[in-house]
Design a protein around this ligand. Sequence first.
Ligand code: 5RP
Length: 274
Amino acid sequence: MDFIKNMDWGKANRMSKLFRADGKCFYLPIDHGYFLGPTRNLEDPAKTIAPLTQYTDALFVTRGVLRSAIDPVTMPLPVILRVSGGASVIGDLTDEQITTATDDIVRINATAVGVSIFIGSEHETQTVGNLAKLVNELEPLGIPVMAVTAVGKELEKRDARFLALAGRIFAEMGASVVKTYWCENFEKVVEGCPVPVVIAGGPKTETIREVFDFVHDGMERGAAGLNLGRNVWQNEHPPAVARALEAIIHEGATPAEADEMYNTIKNEQPLPVA
Ligand code: 5RP
């Protein structure tokens, strides 16, 4: 993992928990309620994640859900704490602030934090400022900051030119990991960004094969990994999706192999009869 060279011991240790020895990662986000409110299949977060932690490498979550729903003793994954928010889906999603104080980030023993930045929005400067403030506070403590490329409701913004612009700005501000959307010519986003780039998901797709295709394409074009929520735990067979994605990310499986794996596992684990 070249990207942890020259880091101080604590930060290198935290970064090494966020990536497997192959330098790749698969994060499981369950932070959606912070702007979406109740989200289907996240009603009982502990139940949602229990069958998925064996395939994934870190949990992306707010302090509220962490403290109310996740057991600190048996939780097997490192935590990436979602520390920005303040806007909801019925308002201006771009108007975010930092929501979690540094001493609480430390008290929670977060391995990293995540913050959304809305490039090109009315709140561009404010949200880039949130990222810079977190890096200023957390870098001396050895806590990495993951910058989340956010587009709010403007999903059409997700092209290589915009995503490369955003990712480079985040790295320049000191982010240790950049989360961004998959797009055509994804290598342009990766090439312009000197820190690991992780692919985000988005709303549930029509078929799971679409997910396997874009994840595989992104990995082939240089992504370090994946942060995928709804397309995993809103699927009817979350463990089958998670295992198939793990195979793409960590074992170099093709989309066809992942699809076959998904179908095999799904048929071994039929839905419970009502
Ligand atoms: C919300 C986030 C989520 O972590 C991200 O959207 C991933 O979840 P999904 O795959 O469901 O989109 O950062 O801003």
